[in-house]
Design a protein around this ligand. Sequence first.
Ligand code: KG4
Ligand code: ZN
Length: 344
Amino acid sequence: MRVLGIETSCDETGVAIYDEQKGLVANQLYTQIALHADYGGVVPELASRDHIRKTLPLIEAALEEAHLSPSDIDGIAYTAGPGLVGALLVGSTIARSLAYAWQVPALGVHHMEGHLLAPMLEENAPSFPFIALLVSGGHTQLVRVDGVGLYQLLGESIDDAAGEAFDKTAKLLGLDYPGGAALSRLAEQGMPNRFIFPKPMTDRPGLDFSFSGLKTFAANTINQSIKEEGQLTEQTKCDIAYAFQQAVVETLMIKCKRALKETNLTRLVIAGGVSANKQLRHSLAELMQQLKGEVFYPQPQFCTDNGAMIAYTGFLRLKQGQHQDLAIEVRPRWAMTELNPINN
Ligand code: KG4
Ligand code: ZN
């Protein structure tokens, strides 16, 4: 079976083809980052319009990359939520229309389930059960995963997602949106221990997160530094980036450790845009070595939004006969725990 996957939930147009025998045979990505840069964030209407421009050419490019024609495609998977409603509607409408024309089944995929299953595309894929730390621009969640569709939410952010906190702090440091990756590059030159940021909600039990206070702490630290130094020097920016990143990484580590202990599990999966963060990957690898467990993450290009994770997730579900009728339905808000399991 070959499945075409289409991702258009936010500011990346991703198209990929997953082949049951060969694995991933095409992966095309177009990022709208430059389009939104002047606005300091994603402008939903511009995002939708750009998905309209880019999705069909990317589908053509994916077919060409895999040396396939439409008649070789057995099913189409598209992101149906969560995400920006207009952006989701573009991908869904194109996917549904093509499925109708090509007479193949189509299925709406949950974006976060896509992220969660992205590590399965790697050679060293995790087996069930495991704990997943999902850290993206819109979500921060700890999930117990007993199989595809068998998800128990253990904890989540009560305010900003980790990626959102990275982006907001990056903006305060004068970096372009989305500044998560750029902030982590500044942090590489940062001096340890010049600033110490709090680790929110780690001093009380539970697995929920709160990251909005870190942005305020960063703003106060920046104002104080400007008062003392007259301006924000490059080194101070790096030192603040370092302290911020350290606080986020340590907070995530503490909660992962707690989740593993509470569930008695030994495998940890991290996915979503922030899982591309080198410091987070490094620290969690060390933690899992100490705990004699294993950590799994997608290769960096599949941490952030992409079509491959949607093609793969869709393949797992379409293969079991799941699909939907012709109605085009998207779900901008959608809890992953509502998904039905497949026969794992
Ligand atoms: O998963 P994703 O591509 O989109 C959503 O589903 O939200 O995640 C995007 C988020 C952004 O907030 C971005 O700044 C963050 O992931 N991100 C990073 C890094 N790379 C991407 N944050 C920290 N360090 C990175 N290296
Ligand atoms: Zn995402």
